[in-house]
Design a protein around this ligand. Sequence first.
Ligand code: FE
Length: 338
Amino acid sequence: MFRNLLVLFVAGFLLASCTTAADEINIYSGRHYQVDETLFNEFTRQTGIKVNLVKADTDQLIKRLELEGAGSPADLLITADAGRLITAGSLGLLQPFHSEMVEGVVPYPWRDPEGKWTGMTLRARVLVYHKDRVQPSELSSYEALAQPQWKGRVLVRSSQNHYNQTLMASIVAALGPEAAEVWARGVVNNMARSPQGNDRDQVKALAAGAGDVAIVNTYYMGLLLNSSNAEERNIAAQMGIFFPNQADRGTHVNISGIGLTAAAPNKENAIRLIDFMLSDHAQRMLSQENYEYPITVRVPWPEMLVQWGTFNPDTIRLASLQPHLQEAMFIFNRAGWQ
Ligand code: FE
């Protein structure tokens, strides 16, 4: 924690000392991927606009935007979750912007109706199962994980995790709060262990025999299958990927996205970067390097994603989950989902 604060402080000093130059933008990012930086460098080479990047935990970045207020040097907030962009927007930390690129290539469920943020990539939250112990025919939906045959077999991370919070908000939207709570209690009752670790750790626990089915974002499987570590590749090879809820609303899909900050001192440059990240080239890079789904249908999926198969996504407008985000936390707490 202290180290994070120190990093923020130092980075803040560096940003504050260079905000007078014209051709630059300041990005606060909760994403920690090399491909992002590769793309920012390309953007700078093409446009001459310098990118100053602060990477930190998304909730810390949102707090920092609140503290900085109108004096914030930040132009863009990048997150790995729609819920955080919705929250930043509702706190007044983002402003609407107009981009023909966003309106042209980003399907409406994945962008803000008020135009304060847009999705950049898609991430499907799927069921990953151990092929020796589960047949795909036994799987159907998130809801079915609460059924008795999964007692002691379900692996999922903590309710503190943003991906789970937004998934729960989507379940509240689909089923209502009472049914969502019944579901959460059922999953807690079926957990193989109390929630721990990240999505990748759930897959490793499957390989270790701790459980049989896990809730995981697909790109973690891509990262494991392409890992430089042979053991990780071996672990991932034992797993199958199942897209839940194909018979009804579709698999829950979250976004990584970008919002324009309310105080953005370099607004035009910031919108140019948003457009660049939505270009076919950047979309291809993001999906090839990070195994996320392109947000635009103009870019074909990389081979690995094609192999996983096509699926119907839940096309609920992510912005409409706003009233359910807080309820999701109450449900997790009441259900005892740590
Ligand atoms: Fe992630």
